[in-house]
Design a protein around this ligand. Sequence first.
Ligand code: PLP
Length: 209
Amino acid sequence: MPAGVRLVAVSKFHPVPALREAYDAGQRLFGESRVQELLEKIPQLPSDIQWHFIGHLQTNKVRSLIGRTALIESVDSERLLELIDRESERAGVITRVLMQVHVAREETKFGFYPEELQQYFTDRKFESLKATHICGVMGMASNTDDMERVRRDFRNIYSIFRAIRDNESLGLRGFDIVSMGMSGDWKIAVEEGSDLIRIGTRIFGSREY
Ligand SMILES: *Cc1c(COP(=O)(O)O)cnc(C)c1O
C-alpha cells in the first residue's frame, strides 16, 4: 500500500476477540456500521482505538454516538448533519465527519448526489455548523465485476472531492480526506486517489449476518 493511505479495519458483525487480534497486530482504526454494536464493543477494547462509524446513521441514534467516534464517515443528509452538529454542541465536543456521496448505480440509496453536495458547499451551508468539522468525502463504487465501471465511479468521487477542496473561495480548512475502497476494489481506489480504505472481509473473513 502506498505511504499515506490509511486502513480502517471494518469489524462489523465480528466478535471482540477478532478485533483484539487485529489490535495486537498493531491495528488502531476500526470501522463499525451499527451504533448498538459499536457501543457494546468500545468498553471491551483498549481506549486508544479510533472508531469510524461507516453505516447509515438513524437520527434517533445520533445522541448516543456523539463523543465516541474519531470520524463519522457516512453523513448522508443535511438533516443528519444538522442533528450531529446540535448534539455535538450540546455535548461540548467537535465531531469530525465525511460527507457520503452517491455515485454508484443502485447498491445503496444513501448519500448526497454529486450536484446536491456541490450545492451544499456553494450555498456555504457549512458555515452554520458550530461543532462539526467536515473533513472530506466517502463514497462507494458500484457493486459489479466491471472494473472499468468501478474505476469511473472512484474517479467521479475523487473529482467531486477535488472540486470542493480546490474551490478557494469556500475557505475550507482540513478538508482533505477521501475515503473509498473496500475488500474487492481497494487497489483501484488507491490508484484513483483514496486516502482511507475500509476493509472488512479481507481482514476478518466473511460476515455472518
Ligand atoms: C461493510 C462495509 C465495508 C467493508 O466491506 P468489505 O467488502 O467486507 O471489505 C466498507 N465500507 C462500508 C461503508 C461498509 O458498510
